[in-house]
Design a protein. Sequence first.
Length: 237
Amino acid sequence: MEVRLQKFLAEAGVASRRAAEEWILAGRVQVNGRPVTRLGTRVDPDRDVVTVDGQVVRPRRKLYVALHKPPGYVCTRRDPQGRPVVHDLLPPEWRNLFTVGRLDRQSEGLLFLTNDGEFALRLTHPRYGVRKTYEVTVTGRVFPAALRPLTEGVRHRGELLRATAARLLRASRKRSVIELELAEGKNREVRRLCASQGWKVERLLRTRIGRIRLGDLPPGRWRTLTASEIETLLAPI
């Protein structure tokens, strides 16, 4: 698939998009042995040979990682407060990966990390409607009828929140477990939905993103996504 030359250089990690454009205009970039100075030039990373100052630029291998985030970890590469970060659970050479969306510090479950910006956009932007499923344990007994406001929509701090589906998995006098499905991914939306009903969250576990399930991946462990899983996540809904 062809991409703009400056985007190819940026994704290869040799320069920012702005710097790549300056290199092209300065005549420092060649494609298949010929200087290119037009910013609209497109290249095929699998077929074209791109060089900068005579040095071949190779496309950076794209990585797609599924991690079972444990509670207590934050979704940043570094934390000023010294708290554990999810990158501590990955190989050191993968420090350049960024999280696809976030889970707050006390939440746990399925989290994707990648170096593919387009992939991250497709999974997080509301217009694509990729659904995420959460298993939420709350204090006290919840009755099925109490879930109706969550799918009809509730206002919390001036913002409309809505689950696309809500199901009561089990309930006792001490605690209840609810399954919620969301499509928009607003900040701390699951916790805010529960707070709107006066429910105290004891545990929040993300079990699925799109059609990819957490499954039996242990807390703190990761695996790479397969080509078919990536294709499934990017397929139109």
